[in-house]
Structures are given as C-alpha cells and as structure tokens.
Design a protein around this ligand. Sequence first.
Ligand code: PBE
Length: 269
Amino acid sequence: EAAPNVSEELEYTITGIEPGAGQTETNEKAIAEYDSLAGWEQETASSAAMLTALENAIDNEEPIIVAAWSPHYKFAKWDLKYLEDPKGVFGEDEQITTIARKGLKDDMPKAYKIIDRIHWELSTMESALLQAQKMNFEFEKVAKKWVDNNQDIVEKWTKGVEPVDGKEIELVTTSWDTELFSANVAKIVLEQQGYDVKLTPVDPAILFGAISSGEADASLSPWMPTTHGAFYEKYKGQFVDLGPNVEGAKIGLAVPAYMDIDSIEDLQP
Ligand code: PBE
C-alpha cells in the first residue's frame, strides 16, 4: 500500500540521467504506459547529478525515485530497491553486448578473435566497479590494475593469437562506468598484443552509427535487448553482434529501501 503523499512529495518527478541515455527513452516509455505515472515528468541532466541528488535525499531520508541500473556501485553504497515493473517496460535481464563493424573479422581476424572472447562474470564486473570507486573513477588506472591482477583471464582471451606490430584499431565506448572499464581493459589487452588502439567516448546513438558506417571498429558498450534496443533495430544488419560481454545487467526505477513503496504501480498520477 502506497504512502498517501509520496508521489506528491516527489513532485511527480523521476530523477533521470543523460538525455542521450538509452534508459531515458525507456523511462519515457514507462511514464507513457503506467497509469500510475500519468502526468509525471522525468528530469534529465547527468548520471553524476542523479547520484548527487540520490545521496542528498538519502542523507536527509527524503523520498526520491531515480533511473537506476546495475552493475553500478550505487547498489553497494546505498540500500536501494528496484520498483517492481509488472508491465515489463524495463525488460528482464540485460546483456552488455559486443558489436563490431562488418568486415572486421576478415580485415583483422586476430583483434576480432580477442574482442569476441572478452567476457566478465557479473561478480567480477561488480568488484571492478567498487575498485573504481576507490580509485576515483580513473578508469585507465583501474583497467590497468585489473589487467595486471587478472592475467589468467587475459591469457584466456589472447591464447593462441599472434601479436601484431602497430596495427590501428578504433574502439568506441559510452561514458558510463561499466563501459569505461570494459573499453579500457580491451584497449590495454589489444595494446599488449601490439595494436595501436584509439578509444573514443560517444553517445549510444553515435556509437551505433559509427560501427555501422565502419568509422569505428568495435564497441563493448551496447545494453540489450531493452536499453539500446531501438538503436540496435535501426542499424540491424549493418553491424555484427558478437554476443554478451556481461550477462545479468538490469535497468529500472529505484528508490531508497526506506521508502514505503515496492512497485511502479504504488505511485499515483
Ligand atoms: N545506462 C548504463 C546506459 C547504458 C549503460 C543504462 C545508464 C544507458 O544508455 O541508459
């Protein structure tokens, strides 16, 4: 049973993230589909601004409803709960997916093989993100440390693949934590194999366009099937899907655990 004034206290506003995030579209879809969210608004700015608002609310035990996703350190740092999503707007599990330009496999079979093998267990990714928090989100350093400490995993990815001498390869990434980590790890691993790696952070829409036009070679950033599903469909057939690099990711709306609601349907229009 919903606390009577919680929606009013929230000013019928969801604290969102970047306007270009896939999740921003999904939040709009939820607002459109749930009667309980009729007349609600999503405030967008940035993930950093959302996290600051969340921290302030928690410090004051005030209500807040945020765009949330995991893996992300916020679930380790604070006691949060995803609101139930009985209409399934946010989907079930998301898979963080590796994509490449068409032709990469033929042009650069060795790099392709490594990129195709790169994969993390969800728990490994979660620990890496906690480490990133301790290292002030300096992802180049976090990735370097992870590669140094996990040579056994890296060796599995590069096993039997001959090094090259300075071939150029261009990776694109989005700028959320998981993706900055995975892209920087991929960069270091490919550099250790002799590649000259260029890594460019972009918005998801640009990312799919760049891979599809062949401007960029590969990315480990897309979240599927829900978060970036619209971009995926738009460019379908113009890129290669190499499958998940992390499974069991999730997006949704979340609130601090002290809030007396459990479902999106507990909100009021
Ligand atoms: N996220 C994290 C991103 C993808 C990774 C869920 C905030 C988004 O585009 O929504």
